[in-house]
Design a protein around this ligand. Structure first.
Ligand SMILES: *[C@@H]1O[C@H](CO)[C@@H](O)[C@H](O)[C@H]1NC(C)=O
Length: 428
């Protein structure tokens, strides 16, 4: 044992010495040029979403105004919120999750975190204590050979008004001191993990800032300022900027490109085909075609580009996906979009992967493989999300265990979907 270990150490030392003359200033442990990002999000862990962990919100299923982490912690009060959330952080994701993630050939986890963990505002109801668990996550990732993308998912004032920013409702991120406080949160995050560059390959400055309700000029300035903050701790950590739901090529090409003088920038685009009536109306083959259509859009960007969120779901049926207490466009139960009915949400509303309808399993298999084909055309992909309590089509772990997501990730039961305009799904 000792001899073997010494031999490995000696070989590792030799390879370092030999490699040195060829190394550049980049010493990253993940090369976004040559390696494909394959990852899962750890959604619902440090930033709660009612639809991912409905058990935490069940008391308010019939009303009471609790719809997100902000209103949940306000309703519980600091002490109870601290107890409930600490229990959640300690149990929802544990080290065996990291080992299982690695065992599937994934190389990245993207971990959402809210500003309130990093730069708390005493006036908020939010509670703290996430960071020791995030420290664990990075250690577990290291043990499993995984890499981490840290993702600021909620900014003060809310950058998008979504419940997944911590606070649903209005968009007030660019008022008052919110943007400077967001930059401080990023700086604190970068400082805390400055010694973990072997694992933390990347920091996302802000998840999904809305292009409506925000001034895009100020979003862009924030991206430059945030890039500078990360660079005070590391020259090699990639800085991830979200596309604000604007086209990765026609809107973002030319911004923060190599000519602009910044480096190690990744553009993050999220691809869902479920948040409009037109999209939930699409048949399985149309979803596949739309997925394949992403490949040229991703391929033509002038910077690394990942699909940092995507799903197996072809409908918005998952219970509370559109907000606690809200229904779905798909079956006409979402009040503001209720004029359509495209099908039943049976087995898609809540349930398990094993209990999904056979037809839904088959459609999901084709859809996931087409998305893998398309999103690997560029820098790679990160699925949303690793696990949920009751939303089967979003549950990477169970979908993989059930054989509906391919293993290895490069194998295909239904190859060539993006090489033909024909529909390969039987009966469609
Ligand atoms: C996932 O699998 C676990 C273990 O079999 C099961 O307890 C859980 O209900 C499943 N959840 C979903 C959404 O499939």
């Amino acid at each position: 044992m000792g001899i073997v270990n010494n031999l490995i150490l000696a070989l590792a030392y030799l390879s370092v010495v030999r490699a040195a003359p060829f190394s550049t200033k980049r010493a990253e442990t993940f090369n976004f040029n040559d390696q494909t990002v394959r990852g899962v999000n750890l959604g619902g862990w440090f930033v709660l979403e009612p639809w991912i962990t409905p058990s935490l919100f069940e008391r308010w299923a019939d009303g009471g105004g609790v719809v997100d982490e902000y209103t949940l912690t306000a309703a519980l009060g600091k002490q109870t919120a601290q107890n409930v959330l600490t229990q959640h952080w300690a149990s929802f994701i544990t080290e065996p999750d990291f080992q299982e993630i690695a065992s599937y050939g994934l190389n990245h986890v993207r971990i959402p975190i809210g500003y309130w963990a990093l730069e708390p505002n005493p006036a908020d109801p939010y509670v703290q204590g996430q960071l020791p668990f995030l420290d664990n996550a990075i250690r577990w990732a290291r043990n499993a050979g995984l890499r981490v993308m840290l993702d600021l998912h909620g900014a003060p004032g809310s950058q998008n008004g979504f419940d997944n920013s911590g606070k649903a409702g209005s968009i007030n991120w660019q008022s008052g001191n919110n943007v400077p406080n967001t930059l401080t949160a990023i700086q604190n995050l970068a400082n805390r993990y400055r010694g973990d560059n072997d694992v933390v390959t990347s920091i996302e400055l802000l998840n999904e800032p809305a292009n409506w309700g925000n001034n895009m000029g100020l979003v862009k300035k924030f991206y430059y300022d945030g890039w500078g903050n990360v660079r005070t701790t590391s020259q090699t950590t990639a800085v991830v900027i979200h596309d604000a739901f604007l086209d990765p090529q026609t809107y973002w090409n030319g911004f923060m490109d190599v000519a602009s003088g910044v480096y190690e920038v990744i553009l993050d685009t999220h691809i869902y085909q479920i948040f409009s009536r037109e999209e939930v109306a699409m048949k399985p083959c149309a979803h596949v075609q739309a997925a394949c259509g992403a490949a040229p859009r991703l391929g033509g960007t002038d910077k690394w580009t990942i699909v940092g969120e995507w799903t197996g779901a072809q409908t918005d049926c998952a219970r509370w996906l559109n907000g606690l207490g809200k229904g779905a466009r798909y079956d006409g139960t979402l009040p503001s979009a209720s004029s359509g009915y495209y099908g039943s949400c049976q087995k898609k509303f809540t349930g398990t992967v094993n209990d999904m309808l056979q037809v839904d399993k088959i459609n999901l298999e084709y859809f996931v493989e087409a998305q893998l084909d398309a999103y690997e055309a560029r820098t790679g992909w990160i699925f949303w999300t690793w696990k949920t309590e009751t939303a089967p089509e979003w549950h990477f772990q169970n979908l993989t265990r059930a054989g509906l997501i391919p293993q290895p990730l490069t194998s295909r039961k239904h190859p060539g979907q993006c090489q033909t305009s024909q529909c390969l799904i039987p009966g469609n």
